[in-house]
Design a protein around this ligand. Structure first.
Ligand SMILES: O=C1O[C@H](COP(=O)(O)O)[C@@H](O)[C@H](O)[C@H]1O
Length: 241
């Protein structure tokens, strides 16, 4: 489903409502809420909102288990860290138990080693189903989502649930959930705004299949659902939605 909202604030409010609803449902059904956060600029407003009493007080944070969809392989206090932004805006302001937060970073490990460790953590937390209750994602103007970047071999990964690799154009390692794991989620929410993403959004949703160029085309939930929360500017080129 594609939902076109007026602007970043409106789509963030919509995402916050969904987060609260899905958290309550998951806790009711299986006693916890497993969520993978996204990085980048798109979710900042959402995290700010979730930390305000209007939303914060509706979530049982003691039952929330926090993962990330992807991360830049940098220490947690580095400005490029997706976790640093989530900590500043949300995790430092809500009572999530420390042991429920699974950062995609470890001192003294290689990214590849830690990707294998992270896969084990994911398996332990999610059990056999491997289904996150919610995976939040963004999308870059180049059509990448999580750290599934154009033309990277990770796009074809079928065995690993979590992978790490050197992203040469950015001169840094990335660690990411892979498409097969993401597509198992019960709910996927992709949030993005701005006219610089209009072309990629059109190509991803209505263009010719080409995952090498537009990796977000890999998003096809096996049995869950996907909601695209986009603003009018990002949706400007869509014809069918
Ligand atoms: O590199 C990344 O970029 C995407 C998109 O970021 P945005 O700033 O355009 O919202 C993000 O979803 C991903 O988590 C991040 O690592």
């Amino acid at each position: 489903m594609v939902k076109v909202l007026e602007d970043q604030l409106q789509l963030s409010k919509e995402a916050a409502e969904l987060f609260v609803k899905l958290a309550a449902e998951a806790v009711e059904v299986h006693g916890k809420f497993t969520v993978a956060l996204t990085g980048g600029s798109s979710p900042e407003k959402l995290y700010d909102l979730l930390a305000t009493p209007a939303y914060r007080d509706k979530v049982d944070w003691s039952k929330v288990h926090v993962f990330w969809g992807d991360e830049r392989w940098v220490p947690l206090d580095d400005d490029q860290s997706n976790a640093k932004m989530a900590k500043r805006t949300l995790l430092s302001k809500v009572p999530v138990p420390k042991e429920n937060i699974f950062y995609m970073w470890a001192d003294g490990k290689s990214p590849e080693e830690y990707a294998a460790d992270y896969e084990q953590m994911v398996k332990k937390e999610l059990g056999e189903s491997l289904k996150f209750d919610l995976i939040l994602l963004g999308m870059g103007p180049d059509g990448h989502t999580a750290s599934l970047f154009p033309h990277q071999p990770v796009l074809h990964e079928q065995t690993k649930l979590v992978d790490a690799y050197y992203l040469a154009p950015q001169s840094m390692y990335r660690i990411t959930l892979t498409a097969p794991l993401i597509n198992k989620a019960k709910h996927i929410v992709v949030m993005l705004y701005g006219d610089n993403k209009a072309n990629a959004l059109y190509e991803v949703l209505e263009g010719e299949p080409n995952v090498e160029l537009y990796p977000s085309q890999l998003l096809h939930p096996e049995s869950g659902d996907i909601t695209w929360l986009v603003d009018k500017a990002a949706a400007a080129l869509l014809k069918k939605h």
